[in-house]
Ligand binder design. Structure first.
Ligand SMILES: NC(=O)c1ccc[n+]([C@@H]2O[C@H](COP(=O)([O-])OP(=O)(O)OC[C@H]3O[C@@H](n4cnc5c(N)ncnc54)[C@H](O)[C@@H]3O)[C@@H](O)[C@H]2O)c1
Length: 270
């Protein structure tokens, strides 16, 4: 039941590729809760056409931007504040891609040109977004920025490959920009570390289906669905979290603090 949690707030939501995307769920819920926002994605992803459906159902304009391209990002922030009629109260970074993972290159044998792309698309893009927003003074006082991350930043998940390094960098960028934007404009910056989720990016990781089941069995609440991740994003965009910043927040059903469960023990019983 909608309560108007984001009434009057303006924002940018990146990364809605199709109706499985976490960003798609965030956009639907933000619309229901009264926000006005711009949708953005890489021009190549937009050509697939699905984002148009989301644009129609939420009334959100779409502005294409490659998150590794500074000129695109400047245009995104400039046009978004114009279209929405004011500065931005929230920004969602929901962007990730590793050519090494996609093409099955093992962590011990990465292609370094692809590795640079992994870091640029999945982590440096967050820095680029915030630098563009800051220089253009596009963020409103008391705004909130959220990036999506994964626990492979803290623990080794071998098939997550160089994305683990990208997520570590993303979480560090979260803290650093959290400091600078907090001082400058009381804008908070946090990352949400989400459970494995059945999306295009998630399913690109080798052995994802087995891992999804393992994580579910290792979480007292089970894996957190994308819809609930959207709820957590909205909580952070709302005025109820105005002193939460520079944090990496686990949204994983308890996975990050669980050592073993009867479900997993049963699988090893002789
Ligand atoms: N699915 C999971 O299991 C899971 C778990 C934890 C965190 N995450 C993170 O959640 C975020 C969203 O992923 P998702 O699972 O919804 O998958 P998704 O594939 O639906 O979303 C990834 C998005 O990144 C966009 N993107 C890629 N390159 C881009 C570029 N150069 N410029 C702009 N956009 C670009 C894609 O077009 C796509 O919309 C990612 O950061 C991902 O790492 C996902």
């Amino acid at each position: 039941m909608a309560i108007g949690l984001l009434n009057g707030k303006r924002g940018i939501i990146s990364g809605a590729l199709n109706d499985q995307s976490i960003a798609w769920k965030v956009a639907e819920l933000a619309h229901t809760e009264g926000a006005r926002f711009v949708l953005t994605n890489a021009p190549v992803a937009m050509r697939m056409g699905e984002i148009k459906k989301l644009s129609e159902s939420t009334g959100a304009p779409v502005i294409g931007a490659d998150a590794t391209n500074d000129a695109d990002l400047e245009k995104l922030f400039t046009e978004s504040t114009q279209l929405l009629g004011g500065k931005l109260d929230f920004v969602l970074h929901s962007i990730g891609m590793s050519p090494n993972v996609r093409k099955g290159r093992h962590y011990t044998d990465v292609n370094y040109e692809w590795y640079k792309q992994t870091l640029d698309v999945s982590a440096m893009s967050f820095h680029r977004m915030l630098q563009a927003a800051h220089k253009l003074d596009s963020l409103a006082e008391n705004g909130s920025v959220v990036a999506l991350t994964y626990i492979a930043a803290q623990r080794v998940f071998p098939d997550y490959g160089d994305m683990a390094d990208a997520k570590s960098l993303l979480e560090s960028i979260t803290r650093s920009w959290g400091y600078h934007l907090g001082r400058a404009k009381r804008v908070r910056v946090n990352s949400i570390s989400q459970s494995p989720t059945m999306t295009t990016a998630g399913q690109g990781v080798k052995g994802f289906d087995s891992f999804f089941g393992f994580a579910h069995d290792m979480s007292p609440l089970g894996n957190a669905p994308a819809e609930d991740c959207a709820r957590y994003c909205l909580a952070l965009f709302s005025d109820y979290t105005r002193y939460v910043t520079m944090q990496n927040l686990f949204h994983d059903g308890g996975f990050s603090h669980t050592g073993i469960t009867p479900e997993v023990v049963a699988k090893y019983a002789k």
